[in-house]
Design a protein. Structure first.
Length: 173
């Protein structure tokens, strides 16, 4: 019988794949799309949606991790952040999410409760935490693709195909 999989390593690899897909989408967005306004939401741009991904990560790291010694990265300005700045920020916030997952794995599969977590609508087992974070980012990646289509700026096929490149060699993980 084969040994059981290392679930900690599997969870971290899954998060890293999600982060890689998010970063790849943002890196391959045509520059003309960065400030495209979301139809029906005149104050929201693709830049703002992309910045929200990082800022939401920061909020969760702060809420769940601060009291356990995990520092929250700084948020970015959703009106001014450049693509390069955001990609660097996503690297920092990805490390924060990884730290939360490691904390939960080390605590028997549960992110320890914190006083800052008042919403209480998310189960804090690492499976649910990871799934929530991935679903949130997938939702906004889909929004970005849809806004591009709605505004006549359809993304290159290689960019949208990249959203489904979930398997890669170990060098990329």
């Amino acid at each position: 019988m084969p040994p059981p999989p290392d679930l900690r390593a599997t969870l971290l690899a899954a998060w890293r794949t999600n982060n890689r897909v998010t970063v790849s989408l943002l890196e391959h967005l045509p520059s003309a799309l960065w400030d495209i306004v979301v139809p029906g939401a005149p104050r929201r741009t693709i830049r703002a949606i992309a910045a929200h991904l990082h800022n939401a990560r920061c909020m969760w790291v702060k809420t769940l991790g601060r009291e356990h010694g995990i520092p929250a990265p700084l948020r970015v300005d959703h009106r001014r952040v450049t693509r390069r700045q955001l990609v660097a920020a996503l690297k920092r916030s990805s490390h924060g999410i990884e730290a939360l997952l490691k904390l939960g794995a080390a605590a028997g599969g549960q992110v320890p409760p914190s006083r800052g977590y008042v919403w209480r609508n998310l189960s804090l087992d690492v499976g649910h935490v990871l799934t929530y974070f991935v679903a949130h980012e997938a939702h906004h990646r889909g929004q970005i693709v849809m806004v591009a289509r709605q505004t006549g700026q359809r993304l290159p096929r290689a960019t949208t195909d990249g959203l489904w490149q979930w398997k890669t060699d170990a060098a990329h993980e």
